[in-house]
Design a protein around this ligand. Structure first.
Ligand code: SF4
Length: 431
């Protein structure tokens, strides 16, 4: 019987044993070749050579498998835990066309990277120093991936982050059942071995950015998103009303927030789904997701929604909060029933309240998981970026959620790789 904290962190994708990994890897057909890459590789934003690393596991060589993974993705350990493989590589595995289960690529990647961390396999060999320096602003997934790629190519890299620890959203905003703080310490150690320097607890605003531009050859801006979107409701200040980021941050400290028997989570994205699952695991009898559109428009991944339902989360569609009610502590969410009107700028049909439809759902805890704000301080720079991360300033490149508005870790890695290529090309031109 596990402890309460064990239950909160019970993993979505538990590790495979060596035997299970060998059996699973052995099922892989190792598709593709020089002229036609395997469909799983085409679907991997980080371009990992899946058949090669899976084949190495089948051959009993996890070190070689890990090196294949790290060659394309220095955050291969994190991605093995949090990648939405169900809608990427595993979705296109050819075995599905034969009526068989897809290869468990995420689980095998975790097996190989865990093995490499445990056994001290070097992440990547670093090229000799090339005499150029790059400052990376932000130690979240895009910043760490850019730093690793640059250091491996011989750049002197310094990563700045205002927080005391690396990881960005992986450390502070991904729910623990998806990823605890492992393997971030290993990833940090391996990046440090590549020569990456970290200046943590160091905020870089626009004034410091201007200074840095004259001190280094290039800058990668990977500042991520800001705080929770500021959607105000009457009753926001009642006890028991949370924003999603502080709620998840508390979960990750191992001192989880206290929730009541009935929890309402406002939102329809992956963070809202995560919070609703964790609320259930925290002991809520009812964990209710309130989403103002229908399931068709829900931004959360379909497989995550299914998983949340399996964990006992209830979802109420076409329901929008109007206010949180109670004396000192929240006692209910006053909601309006919604209906869908004409499409808005996002292309999704705009929800409108049904007249005279308000009703109150009794709750003891509310978590608002509506989304995050873009970072204000670099708004001008980040509002004009090409597909490879070039900004209007030829020395500054951007990657990650600050550019894409909140995507997955592996997309941040892919963007970081594109920004690093653009940066290298630009420095070659200025030589
Ligand atoms: Fe293996 Fe499936 Fe990829 Fe083919 S598509 S290489 S079977 S994981």
């Amino acid at each position: 019987m596990g402890t309460f904290v064990d239950e909160l962190s019970r993993e979505l994708r538990p590790p495979l044993t060596a035997e299970a990994a060998a059996v699973e890897a052995d099922r892989c057909l190792e598709c593709g070749g020089a002229h036609a890459p395997a469909p799983c590789v085409v679907e991997c934003p980080a371009n990992i050579d899946v058949p090669r690393f899976v084949g190495a596991i089948a051959a009993g060589d996890p070190a070689s498998a890990a090196r294949t993974i790290f060659a394309e993705n220095v955050l291969g350990g994190t991605c093995s835990r949090v990648c939405p493989v169900e809608v990427l590589c595993q979705r296109d595995c050819v075995l599905i066309h034969e009526g068989r289960a897809p290869i468990e690529i995420g689980a095998l990647q975790r097996y190989a990277t865990d093995w490499a961390y445990r056994n001290g396999v070097p992440l990547r060999a670093a090229a000799p120093p090339n005499g150029k320096s790059v400052a990376v602003i932000g130690a979240g997934p895009a910043g760490l991936a850019a730093a690793g790629e640059l250091a491996a190519r011989g750049y002197a890299v310094t990563v700045y982050d205002e927080r005391a620890e690396i990881g960005g959203l992986v450390r502070y905003a991904i729910a623990p059942y998806r990823q605890t703080n492992e393997p971030l310490p290993d990833e940090a150690r391996l990046l440090a071995e590549l020569g990456v320097e970290f200046r943590l607890g160091t905020s870089v605003g626009s004034a410091r950015l201007d200074e840095l531009i004259s001190e280094v050859d290039a800058i990668v801006l990977a500042v991520g998103m800001g705080e929770d979107l500021d959607v105000a409701y009457d009753g926001d200040d009642l006890d028991g009303v949370w924003e999603s980021l502080p709620f998840i941050a508390k979960l990750k400290t191992g001192e989880p927030p206290t929730v009541g028997e009935r929890v309402a989570v406002v939102g329809g994205g992956n963070t809202a789904v995560d919070v609703a699952v964790e609320a259930k695991r925290l002991g809520a009898e009812v964990s209710l997701l309130l989403y103002r559109r229908t399931e068709l428009e829900m931004p959360a991944y379909e497989h995550e929604v299914e998983l949340a339902r399996d964990e006992g989360v209830e979802i109420r569609f076409l329901t929008s909060p109007v206010a949180f009610v109670g004396r000192d502590h929240v006692e209910g969410v006053r909601c309006a029933e919604m209906r869908l009107g004409t499409p808005d700028e996002s292309g999704r049909r705009r929800p409108e309240p049904v007249p005279d439809s308000e009703f109150v759902i009794p709750v003891d805890t509310v978590v608002k998981a509506i989304g995050q704000r873009p970072r204000d301080e670099f708004r001008a720079l980040l509002s004009d970026i090409d597909k490879d991360g070039r900004t209007r300033n030829p020395k500054i490149f951007a990657a990650g959620d600050a550019v894409s508005g909140g995507a997955s870790v592996v997309r941040a890695v892919a963007e970081a790789k594109r920004a690093v290529s653009a940066l290298e090309e630009s420095l070659r031109w200025t030589e």
